[in-house]
Design a protein around this ligand. Structure first.
Ligand code: MN
Ligand code: MG
Length: 645
């Protein structure tokens, strides 16, 4: 641990140090630790199922932090943002009255017990609005920095940079004052994702341009320069305003270390192998050490630097990068690799119990089991339910407006459709429905919004959604992978009120929100009330603020098509739906199917093993065996006759 303002503890040489070869004069080993995307997972607990979850939690990663600090003569700890929103604990604290005036935010206070040195803001910090964020930041036990966020008028929201002065112990036993410069970045897209909460209050700049503006002066004031980049790693050509800019940030001269995040992935890891400028084994971006520690406390990011004194300056002579997991999967079994730190558990104990009781509040009943295991291979009741609730909420709000006569459609995406982990699905049994189940169906605190589009525009929306499917070759008779692991489920919107088919033998029309194949159409036979959709007819589509304001880069959205911004969250529309329809039937509304092919098409995909329960009466679906890391493998046959059968 470094002796700083808050850590008045001087540690001598540890046993690990003593075992090293002869100490070089003025050589300092500095361990930099990172958490990112903690999303209010304070403990190893799953509030949706009211049970312990060994795959998450600051309390778990805290014990790894403790070990990592004890091993090192000098260490510092940083967080990379997406802190105050995520688990139901976050919603509980952000609810009206949940954070009394003058009170410290419980999660940030718990982080303070671990001696964080600095943090940056993630995009989700803005989800509950600026007043809540500012209140949360009032009494933080460590500084926040963000260089590409300003208040309207030019003042910075939090300081763009800071310099932390710490006493470090060299291998030869001498002590040195080390100046560590810290700069932070948020995705500029917050101005889209939380448009109404931020417009008129703050503005964002391009990450790389902000770095070019602030790094030269910061460099002159520090020995080591750490960038906290709440953005991921993409090798797509550089564009101004890009979201996942870490690789281009690494090219800005003067930065020594980059902490990344936001993508909820792990770096270094084979996920990033083969990208230009990326060493996915050693952990570098353009030669600069970099790490990304998963999400919800799944990993601790570690960058070990060997610093050597060259005159008055310090040079990085060597480095080692690791993303250390709190668990591993042994087949379907989760093996914990970290204890849960009881000090963190104690720090949030009151709020933890409060959250459990709060999410246990009953809101209604459902007549059957509701699951998202097969949400990416056909019609899904979870999407239908969200869409029903959204339409029922919106209809009275449009009555008497100029939009009243238009048909109301509704869009929803399977937020929990696997993706990064085989337990990331919704599975609610028949019977009473509690608030925790509604939060499980709709995990984001989005607010309800509606747009007005033509039939032609809605078809483009569906084209963008179809990105979740890989292109397959109709001539191949063996099973071909169906789902693009890089396409998140939250961008697979299905639109209730229409039926359509998706031809995955054709290439994507859109990629990353851009029109890439103007001649390709995967979406066909789009029908409204059983008849081909009129491309000129106008419709209202209910969605959320994220999508309506351009999140996901959907064509035709993010402009002036928004006709309704509801004061309530989409989740509140669901709560209201359950409260008003006492025994809700599991909906089964035909929406989409894969386009029939001249010959049967065999498609493979992975989902949770529990999907085996759902195969009765679904001859087109087959379980083919256990997959890796807790997944099971399945096959879908797209037959030559309609509706996959
Ligand atoms: Mn995040
Ligand atoms: Mg983020």
């Amino acid at each position: 641990m470094i002796v700083g303002r808050r850590h008045a503890v001087a540690l001598g040489l540890t046993a690990t140090m003593a075992a090293r070869p002869a100490a070089a004069a003025g050589r300092v080993r500095l361990r930099l630790l990172e958490t990112s995307d903690l999303h209010m997972y304070a403990r190893d607990f799953d509030y949706y199922h009211d049970r312990t979850d060994p795959t998450v939690g600051l309390s778990k990663v805290a014990s790894l932090i403790g070990i990592a600090r004890r091993e090192a003569a000098n260490s510092m700890l940083f967080d990379n943002g997406d802190i105050i929103q995520g688990s139901p604990l976050g919603d509980y604290i952000a609810r009206p009255g949940g954070l009394p005036p003058g009170a410290a935010h419980p999660f940030l206070k718990a982080m303070g017990t671990l001696g964080y040195d600095a943090a940056t803001l993630g995009n989700h910090e803005f989800n509950f609005g600026l007043p809540f964020l500012e209140q949360s930041l009032q009494r933080t036990p460590f500084p926040f920095v963000c260089a590409n966020l300003k208040r309207v008028g030019g003042q910075s929201f939090v300081p763009p940079t800071t310099v932390l002065t710490r006493t470090v112990h060299a291998e030869d036993g001498t002590s040195h004052r080390l100046h560590v410069g810290v700069i932070g970045f948020v995705p500029p897209q917050i101005m889209i994702w939380d448009k109404t909460k931020l417009t008129g209050h703050v503005t964002t700049d391009d990450i790389v341009e902000a770095a070019e503006r602030f790094v030269p002066a910061l460099r002159k004031r520090c020995d080591v320069l750490v960038a906290l980049c709440h953005a991921g790693i993409s090798a797509a050509p550089r564009t101004v305003g890009a979201e996942n800019a870490a690789l281009y940030l690494a090219k800005v001269p003067g930065i020594d270390v980059i902490f990344t995040g936001h993508s909820h992935r792990v770096f270094p890891s084979p996920d990033y192998a083969g990208l230009d400028g990326v060493d996915a084994v050693r952990g570098t971006l353009s030669g600069i050490p970099a790490v990304m520690p998963g999400y919800w406390g799944s990993h601790l990011g570690k960058i070990d630097l060997v610093l050597e004194q060259a005159g008055k300056a310090w040079k990085i002579a060597d480095f080692k990068v690791e993303a250390q997991p709190i668990y591993r999967r042994d087949g379907a079994t989760v093996v914990s690799l970290a204890q849960s730190d009881t000090r963190i558990e104690a720090a949030v104990a009151t709020e933890h119990e409060g959250t459990r009781a709060w999410v246990g509040r009953p809101v209604g009943r459902i007549s059957g089991r509701l699951t998202s295991y097969l949400a990416l291979v056909g019609d899904n009741a979870v999407m239908d339910l969200i869409n029903r609730a959204q339409i029922e909420y919106t209809r009275p709000l449009l009555a008497g407006t100029q939009h009243a006569g238009l048909p109301i459609l509704s869009a929803a995406a399977p937020f929990k459709s696997g993706g990064l982990a085989p337990d990331n699905y919704t599975d609610i049994p028949a019977g009473p429905v509690a608030l925790r189940d509604v939060a499980d169906i709709y995990i984001f605190p989005n607010t309800l919004a509606a747009v007005r589009l033509t039939g032609a525009g809605i078809v483009e929306w569906l084209e963008r959604s179809a990105n979740v499917f890989l292109k397959v070759d109709p001539a191949i008779r063996t099973a071909q992978p169906l789902i693009d692991p890089k396409a998140p489920g939250y961008n697979f919107d299905t639109i209730s009120g229409l039926t359509w088919e998706i031809d995955i033998t054709r290439p994507n029309r859109y990629e990353g929100g851009k029109l890439v194949n103007a001649d390709s159409h995967r979406i066909g036979d789009v029908r409204f009330e059983g008849k081909p959709i009129d491309p000129k007819r106008e419709f209202v589509v209910v969605t959320n603020n994220y999508r309506a304001d351009g999140g996901g880069g959907f064509p035709g959205l993010g402009g002036d098509t928004v006709i309704l911004r509801a004061p309530d969250a989409n989740r509140d529309a669901l709560v209201r739906y359950f409260e008003q329809n006492k025994d809700v039937a599991v909906p089964s509304v035909p929406s989409w199917r894969f386009a029939k092919q001249p010959e049967p098409l065999l498609l493979s995909f992975e989902t949770a093993p529990a999907a085996k329960d759902l195969l009765t009466g679904r001859p087109e679906l087959k379980w083919t065996g256990p997959g890796s890391k807790g997944w099971d493998r399945f096959e879908l046959t797209v037959y030559t006759n309609p509706r996959n059968l």
